[in-house]
Design a protein around this ligand. Sequence first.
Ligand code: FAD
Ligand code: NAD
Length: 480
Amino acid sequence: MTDETYDVVVIGAGPAGYIAAIRAAQNGLRTACIDSWQNHDGTYTFGGTCLNAGCIPSKALLESSELFYRAREEFKAHGIGFEKLTLDLKALLARKARVVGTMTGGIAQLFKANRVEGLAGRGRLLKDGTVSYQGPQNEARVLTARAVILASGSTPIELPSAPFDGERIVDSWGALEFDRVPKRLGVIGAGVIGLELGSVWARLGSEVTLIEALPTFLPAVDAQVAKEALRQFQKQGLKIALGAKLTALDRKKTSLTLHTQTSPGGESTLEVDRLIVAVGRRPYTDELFEPGTGIELDERGFIKVDDHCRTARASVYAIGDVVRGPMLAHKGEEEGVMVADLIAGQNAEMNYDVIPSVIYTAPEIAWVGRNEAELKKAAIPYRVGSFPFAANGRAHALEAPTGFVKILAHQTSDEILGVHIVGPMASELIAEAVLAMEFRASAEDLALTIHAHPTLSEALHEAALSVSGRALNAINRKPA
Ligand code: FAD
Ligand code: NAD
């Protein structure tokens, strides 16, 4: 008979849950991790939204579509010609599936190697603190654990005016699987998903229109960065309607008509073949715990936790998208590490102030720390240093000399308070800024650090020099 007693049971094997499970096992704790993710063909896989329908497949498609776009638009500049550029969408999607398969299969192997018991099926926290498990064949078990970690993730928000039908009106998962390139594609929501997946299909040939309710483009992003990004996206042909709300939708035989209201008071209609609804995600807690467990939700449905991800019930933790904070894989992963260490009796903290954000468009957008508006609001005096990729040799070699790096440092202490990048490989460049901020570096520290030449990272170096008006490869603004 199986021993059903564990130190830790994790519900959810997305990036938050599977990392928590591995770390708990590394800490010598007997750990089980339950996950109910089912692919369209009914198979179960670990990895959650991120690996199955989020970060990984979207980045695979962004890469393929970027190559296609560059072949079409940029190869000429390199002197490379070809007879005819073709697109085999089936092969492109098959590659994406292989990438996903490699990554999700990797988790199963890691579970095995770390002796985490990975269980396919649903888990539910019961009133007495045990976890009920129901497997694919309805087999039932009750698992007893010293600590339970809830990591059930999030799910797309559905608009009542445009409910998903899995074919023409789809969520982000559906948008990763179109069987042909839609001629006209509508996207509701010009947020992270709208921009990334809108870019994918635009590069492959769709005429893409994004409909965004807010009048400001990417309000969470530094205003100067957002302005430059909007300019570049529009140049690429993405149509972005700001301050526009979907009021009605007509389903016709072969198309969808979107009726939108644009402020102030204007109406317009748009004919599309397919529609992606990407208006945010909500925490997923359906059937996750029995009433009476003591777990509390906030007004938006997130599980209430403290800074250490402890819920209102002792010995139950919650991490990842299902709790407050940015819905990002790496945020959930670090919470998983923290919680697994706490359960093992170690000290653990998480620095929520230096979580990087990235939008994987071209150019990419990446930032960490505070932006100018936030510093002004908090009345923190700061200096700005910036450097354009137009003055960076590597960016020219890459045929991507657009965008800039901007560093905000404290007026008197020179501590770096925020770094904002729009440009090539911003997703990779931001790591240096995160490390600098984690070590509470000053702009001068970064300026005194030797950067290899020619690299994109030199733009960060030069931006740091520019904080004190000493950039070497660009004309300096007068320091504030
Ligand atoms: P999830 O990944 O959602 O995993 C939760 C798991 O729990 C799921 O497998 C679910 O089936 C399971 N589960 C739920 N309830 C139960 C239950 N009762 N019993 C058993 N199992 C259960 N973030 C980034 O940082 N970078 C990116 O590039 C990025 N790209 C994205 C692209 C798209 C299209 C989308 C949709 C999201 C993207 N994200 C990205 C966000 C990222 O996917 C999430 O932040 C991340 O997956 C959250 O991890 P999680 O472990 O909290 O939840
Ligand atoms: P989001 O919050 O980034 O964007 C949603 C957008 O939809 C917002 O701009 C919002 O104003 C708009 N909106 C809301 N209701 C609307 C309506 N009725 N009509 C028109 N516009 C409307 O959310 P998302 O793009 O759905 O992504 C969900 C989450 O997934 C995000 O929190 C993000 O962190 C995460 N994600 C991250 C990455 C990444 O890290 N690169 C990629 C994809 C998703």
